[in-house]
Design a protein around this ligand. Structure first.
Ligand code: ADP
Ligand code: GN1
Ligand code: MG
Length: 357
């Protein structure tokens, strides 16, 4: 169905001037809708292969954003810019199903702010850390039992390892022969992968409401003030570990190379950016983290990086069915940068732990 006709199913104001692909997310199909009077909307095709239950997905987003909206109003903020606003369909639903069965949603476009695919300024990275920490703090009293698990076992790293072993065994695309060193890298570390979940099971770490996808391009930075104003991409807000939110942001933002840099010699962990993020995140969490949670922050960074590498590798072996790719071997290159970053973290482990103390 034509995008314009899809957008017309929603309660949008004005005539549509154009609708163009937008952003660099790996999961949903995002478009910027420009209206004739300068107003803009984000139109998103929801990835229903990944998010299988759209009702539950959108219920989570409506619940979380309305909770955040109240918190923002209570503390004197601007809810139109500081949280996502879901635009309803003409018949009052949170998403629209087109004739082909594709599911669509619309958000108000957040004006005067931008997302970054790489850290351009240390201050912006610091602000993003404060905002992600603060996101968790704001949701500290959110009723976690009302949240649906949109992707079960999303950050269960040991389960991600088992999924990878299954993909290796099935080798549907005949690609296993090409990735021997990567498989060996993971297998050498397979024993460590359940450490954080084991601590959770023993009660040594608390379960919190977390974002679970804290990469830099999931936060909007105000173009004038450079404050991180709005956490976006709320599809995976679920009960989780604070170390995972911290760690995923480090994985993406404190890498000296891009997530898909083909030349792995450019990959390393910037200890300077790591330190900046620790400070910002702890400040944003407002003293809520327990001593154990602070202690495992480096482990969160390592686990999110190896887990993401395993997911890219499994997707490469399965024929690139999960993450959007724009070139052949894109997922393999992404996997290699993640493992190179893990190896560098291992070299810098002592310093990472000291910086968290
Ligand atoms: P994905 O799940 O595919 O990563 P996102 O929800 O993160 O999709 O959206 C992709 C990109 O679109 C974001 O990185 C951001 O640049 C842009 N974007 C998403 N929502 C908004 C919004 N409400 N206002 C402005 N830009 C947005
Ligand atoms: C995906 O949706 P996006 O592009 O912000 C993925 C994350 C990965 C990330 C790797 C729902 O994030 O888990 O860490 O790609 N999101 C989902 O860049 O799988
Ligand atoms: Mg995103």
């Amino acid at each position: 169905m034509e995008k314009k006709n899809i957008l017309k199913q929603f309660q949008v104001e004005g005539d549509i001037a154009s609708i163009e692909p937008y952003g660099s997310g790996h999961i949903n199909h995002t478009y910027l809708a420009q209206m004739a009077d300068d107003k803009k909307y984000i139109l998103q095709g929801i990835n229903t292969t990944i998010f299988k239950d759209t009702d539950q997905l959108m219920e989570n987003i409506l619940n979380v954003t309305s909770y955040l909206r109240e918190e923002i109003v209570r503390t004197g903020g601007d809810p139109a810019r500081e949280t996502l606003t879901v635009v309803m369909t003409n018949d009052g639903k949170s998403y629209y199903t087109d004739e082909e069965g594709n599911k669509w949603r619309v958000y108000d476009f957040i004006e005067g702010a931008q997302t970054f695919d790489a850290v351009e300024s240390k201050e912006d990275f610091y602000q993003s850390a404060v905002a992600f920490g603060n996101f968790q703090a704001k949701l500290a009293n959110f009723p976690a039992d009302t949240l649906h698990e949109t992707i079960p076992n999303f950050h269960n790293t040991a389960k991600r390892y088992r999924d990878l072993e299954k993909a290796i065994e099935e080798d549907v695309k005949g690609r296993v022969a090409e990735v021997g060193p990567e498989i060996a890298f993971v297998r050498e570390r397979s024993k460590e992968l359940s450490e954080l979940h084991d601590m959770l099971a023993k009660g040594d770490l608390p379960l919190r409401v977390t974002h679970n996808d804290t990469k830099l391009n999931n936060i909007m930075i105000d173009s004038d003030t450079h404050k991180a104003i709005c956490v976006i991409d709320l599809d995976t807000v679920m009960p989780g570990l604070s170390a995972h939110d911290f760690g995923d942001a480090i994985r993406f933002g404190a890498n000296t190379a891009a997530e898909d840099e083909p030349d792995v010699s450019k990959v390393s962990l910037s200890l300077e950016l790591f330190e900046i993020y620790v400070k910002g995140f702890l400040e944003g969490c407002g003293g809520r983290l327990t001593p154990n949670e602070v202690k495992v922050l480096p482990m969160g960074a390592k686990m999110m990086t190896i887990e993401c590498g395993m997911r890219f590798l499994a997707d490469y072996l399965e024929g690139d069915v999960y993450f959007k790719i724009s070139r052949e071997k894109h997922n393999l290159e992404r996997c290699r940068t993640q493992f190179a970053l893990v190896a560098d973290m291992e070299k810098k482990w002592q310093q990472m732990c000291e910086l968290c103390q």
